[in-house]
Design a protein around this ligand. Sequence first.
Ligand code: NAP
Ligand code: ZN
Ligand code: ZN
Length: 348
Amino acid sequence: MFPTKAYAAPAVSAPLAPFNFERRDLRPYDVLIDIAFCGVCHSDLHQVRDEWGGAQFPMVPGHEVVGRITQVGSEVKNFKVGDLAGVGCMVDSCRTCPSCQDGLEQYCETTGMVGTYGGTEPGTGRPTYGGYSNQLVVDEKYTLHISKKLDLARVAPLLCAGITTYSPLRQWQVGAGHRVGVMGLGGLGHMAVKIAVALGAEVTVLSTSPGKEADAKALGAHKFVVTKDEAQLASVRNYFDFILNTVSAPLDLAAYLGLLRRDGTMILLGVPPEAPQVHAFSLIGKRRRIAGSLIGGIAETQEMLDFCAEHNIMSDIELIDIKDINEAYERMLRGDVKYRFVIDLATL
Ligand code: NAP
Ligand code: ZN
Ligand code: ZN
């Protein structure tokens, strides 16, 4: 067993504090990763506050993990000691159901994917603990290769924010000739802008924050619409082929569905605590669609990391000490982050 240092929420909504536990011994296909950086996703905050139900405590959040391999199990083929490695939102799945066979492990149909935290570790039955910790044991099958070309701290958020926006853009074959709206310029939103621009789409940020316009343009967005401004909103009515909705808070979807052109699709990525309300008229008049998407499979996550390395795409981050995590949560709630907090685990 590997004695491990971490930060955990001891109970629902309680501040995170130092926590010690043990990682399992290496199985034949396991690697041990010395964690260098871990991104802070809004999902961490939702779960620490148990806004989705079913949260288990103590909780060590963190599913945007990058670091270096320090040990490998006897049968590991794809990694060696010293390699850079990443782990996203899942550390296992059943491996045999049709979705797992299709490389879409996030949609595992039998056991469900095993979350990097808040899940149950197969074999031991113990809770899984995430990346706000100094090391992680994970099966190589759920481990990603990270390019040496990119700044490691700025790569961490790709493991969730990057893949969660890349996967639907690829699934709907978004590219040149498409008009894409990105609702919410936060961690997911700013990655959606960078990736959609790299894929050749015309990108508009739909934001409640007028102060983010210059940043949106610097990220590559072609247009910026303040959604609280009726006139600005009217200028993009019936306009978009796709809207990626990354908003973490409840909101009235009707006004935004009206921004889709005929046959346009809104893809729900954000998971506010309350279910969205939709009137059929918002959809039927223009044959509009609402879809959803959950992170991405392991193979697609590797494809996304390679795509980002090729296009020099990284997250815009603010590096923090782990002792400042509770303040970072408060700032994320206020929208005061440009555009992802990343924990420097050297501070643990
Ligand atoms: P974030 O960095 O906090 O960004 C959320 C953005 O939503 C904010 O920056 C803000 O953008 C906008 N927003 C916040 N409150 C709002 C309100 N009351 N009304 C309208 N807009 C509001 O969060 P994130 O890490 O990107 O995560 C976003 C959501 O995606 C969370 O719910 C998270 O759980 C979910 N998520 C889903 C998946 C998946 O697989 N589907 C994966 C990861 C995360 P503006 O200031 O520009 O308006
Ligand atoms: Zn996440
Ligand atoms: Zn499965």
